[in-house]
Design a protein around this ligand. Structure first.
Ligand code: FES
Ligand code: FES
Length: 190
């Protein structure tokens, strides 16, 4: 926003601020925020959690998805002050070490479930949410469950393969101890 636009916006909507404490990725963080600050802007601008990607900023693309108490929400449609008292998780919560990836992240890498990566943090978090029940899923079931997040690159099939691969990893603890193998299924193609 330009200075003039910002002044107009504040005249119309006010510039109230509030000190909030949010629990993000397992830690309590306290900041003073304008009450109109979205959760997405708070995570990106105040906490530097730039895995939260802003595409449309009005609830369509799903790329700003984060988990709120384990359930996916569009952080562009929620205010930071509304998240007080809830547990917010971004993809940074899965692994702080690129050499020690979470099984879901491993599966996305193995199946080439990403290209530009813009939708990937949202897809990985959505996978974490849906796989929490430990159930196997068909292609159609995964396709339906990730349909709220738009991917402009992959054609979705490799993301579906990645979610299914991640499910297998999580069901056996991720170490291949079930003997079923966790290699990318090359027969499914690109
Ligand atoms: S940026 Fe939030 S849904 Fe598109
Ligand atoms: S990998 Fe580019 S938008 Fe999904």
């Amino acid at each position: 926003m330009t200075t003039t636009e910002n002044t107009d916006f504040e005249a119309k909507y006010g510039s109230d601020t509030r000190t909030v404490t949010l629990r993000v990725n397992g830690k309590d963080v306290t900041r003073e925020v304008a009450t109109r600050t979205t959760l997405a802007d708070f995570l990106r601008d105040d906490l530097d959690l730039v895995s939260v990607h802003l595409g449309c900023e009005h609830g369509v693309c799903g790329c700003c998805t984060v988990l709120l108490d384990g359930g996916s929400v569009r952080s562009c449609l929620m205010l930071a002050v509304q998240a007080v008292g809830h547990e917010v998780s971004t993809v940074e919560s899965l692994s702080a070490d690129q050499n020690n990836l979470h099984p879901i992240q491993e599966a996305f890498a193995e199946e080439q479930g990403l290209q530009c990566g813009f939708c990937t943090p949202a897809m990985v978090l959505r996978a974490q949410e849906i796989l929490a029940d430990g159930k196997e899923r068909s292609d159609d079931e995964v396709r339906h469950e990730i349909s709220g997040i738009l991917c402009r690159c992959t054609g979705y099939q490799n993301i579906i393969n990645a979610v299914q691969n991640a499910g297998r990893k999580l069901r056996c603890g991720g170490a291949g101890s079930c003997g079923a193998g966790h290699e990318a299924d090359k027969s499914k193609g690109a």
